[in-house]
Design a protein. Sequence first.
Lengths: 114, 113
Amino acid sequence: GQQVMQIPQYQHVQEGEDFTTYCNSSTTLSNIQWYKQRPGGHPVFLIQLVKSGEVKKQKRLTFQFGEAKKNSSLHITATQTTDVGTYFCAGFNAGGTSYGKLTFGQGTILTVHP
Amino acid sequence: EAQVTQNPRYLITVTGKKLTVTCSQNMNHEYMSWYRQDPGLGLRQIYYSMNVEVTDKGDVPEGYKVSRKEKRNFPLILESPSPNQTSLYFCASSSGQGRNTIYFGEGSWLTVV
């Protein structure tokens, strides 16, 4: 079945440093979504990418979707302590079956030292 | 206010005692789904529903049942809970067959002893 691998599992940065998490799928995705989960909280939707090679920005966050629609990345510029949390990618398979099955990566836990 | 509401939020139960975790959304979403979250494994989809009376298995459906009799409700049923079902459970909903913003509930902590 479809697998989505996310690396790194943990990332510790000093405030002001940049951060990147990567997501790789074993199958072609129809779209990819990114979520942030604060400690003790629930996942919160950040963005969805649909087109091959798509790049979207939200303030200090930059999201990319690979040309083959099998990988994606989230880059945070100049991290702040408010960026602390776990970042997940999730994708729907591009195949015709199991249209609503959403597979998550394992997540990257980001800690930011002030 | 857009909401996905789960109950109970916390539950300790014993092996074999049937339980139901309710989920309700007020956004008229067609798509609803259940996930479990375990350390190091991320979120894994248990079941999803594309609309009323339409449900399908996710990646980890064993030991769970769901029903979708009404658009707003999507209960998760554990007929005979076992300790390996101890986990944090999230319900979620979305429009556009899941291809729009997915809203998550606050989560339900379930412990099976």
